[in-house]
Ligand binder design. Sequence first.
Ligand code: ADP
Ligand code: ZN
Length: 523
Amino acid sequence: MSDPALRTLQQVFGYEAFRGEQHTIIQHVIAGGDALVLMPTGGGKSLCYQIPALVRAGTGVVVSPLIALMQDQVDALTELGVRAAYLNSSQDWQTARQVEKQFLAGELDLLYVAPERLLTDRCLDMLARGHIALFAIDEAHCVSQWGHDFRPEYLGLSFLAQRWPDVPRIALTATATAETRTEIAQRLHLEQAPHFVASFDRPNISYHIVEKTEVRKQLLQFIQQYHRGDCGIVYALSRNRVEETAAFLQSHGVSALAYHAGLPAEQRAAHQSRFLREDGVVMVATIAFGMGVNKPDVRFVAHIDLPKSIEGYYQETGRAGRDGEPATAWLAYGLQDVVQLHRMVAESNGDVQHQRNQARKIDAMLGLCETVTCRRQLLLDYFGQPIEPCGNCDVCLDPPQTWDGTVAAQKLLSTIYRLWRECGQAYGAGHVIDILRGRETERVQQNRHQALSVFGVGADLSVKEWRRILRQLIAYKLIEVQAHQFGTLTLTEHSRAVLKGERAVMLRKDSHTKPVGASRPQE
Ligand code: ADP
Ligand code: ZN
């Protein structure tokens, strides 16, 4: 066999054939080319730098932000007979010295380094004295300041291009929006490098999004009905919710474990290893869990709070069904989530432009929840990859019924308008809905809002229905949540057309009783 890449794949890794564009990418890098590789989670990015590192002379230096995972990766490679090691702050200095010596003696095929470590004088000096086969920059989206996972240490990596102009550099990520891609290329000086963009479609994952009512019960029902005894991940926004939810599931016979950054390191490690080794464990976690965790038979990923961005959501759900077998991504969301996320953004530090970007990402996520078209189509469209309706998401399986909500939308919009016109102030969802429904609360009386012409015009609909309408109007950008003003509601440039009767608003009907399609046989 004359192809060293294929030989390495088969003899070292024990796989028959390359997947997708792996072969092209690997040959390009072996030949000394730079590359930007965009592949979904589970797509097989690691081989794209591991094989060139083995084929080219010298050591492949891998920059990875995840100290906790370096050990696992190095162990797995060592087992295959690859000479791999890592340098990070979790080591004592003797071990680090030993690794440095091995590197200088040319005894390593792969060396994993955390970015902050790489950029120290000591490390740069060591690298300069050794022989480098390539630089691989994993999780390259961490360099994107507007992205969902920015790490300032990554900005320093542009330096590698200057210092080692002749060493090939390959940047890899599972985040593929055109914006992020351009930013990665610029910040890492990879403007000339070809982009290898794999299909982001994961047809075996069935997407289901429901409205929150009693979320823990809904989750339990979903697990019992469709994924009893299966391995899964449940994501929640806060540590408290993680612990409560894990306890709740345990008390109902699900082998659930908790994982968040507030737990002692040993406990986190123990839970992670049980999740990896045992069957049917459900990990309830914050997003601190999952990056780099490679378990092929995760059958479902559930979110019990609205994620902050489509990028993050897609990456998290991508951890389901890596073995290609049917899997489910299930999400429950409510208006409260939207308001809370906007508030978190407003309270975060960061400049206004950054906050605006984050707010846009939340609204795009809400748009996914409220869509009346194929979920997967919308997701892939977000990543610039148009597809036909998938036939395997809740919307495709059971298209939501719509109704002409123009009049309801007008009532809601004009209430917000009147409040602002006549009282010079914006209010939050609760008060606006009270006015619509004609409830004489204390607050209404204090402000004499019962005198408004809109008072009681929406008494025909329940609070729940109004909240549902409100969410959709936010998703359609007809209403904006002012995070900086305590989540008050204001109109947008688009609201006028609806108020003037120039634009109709079609809304979706209640949707939380949809069937789940994961147990269907796949084509
Ligand atoms: P990513 O980093 O893109 O999330 P990985 O590199 O961890 O994905 O690969 C995901 C899984 O697919 C791993 O278990 C890996 O060993 C496996 N894999 C990758 N390429 C191939 C291939 N050509 N043939 C078979 N399995 C592969
Ligand atoms: Zn679909």
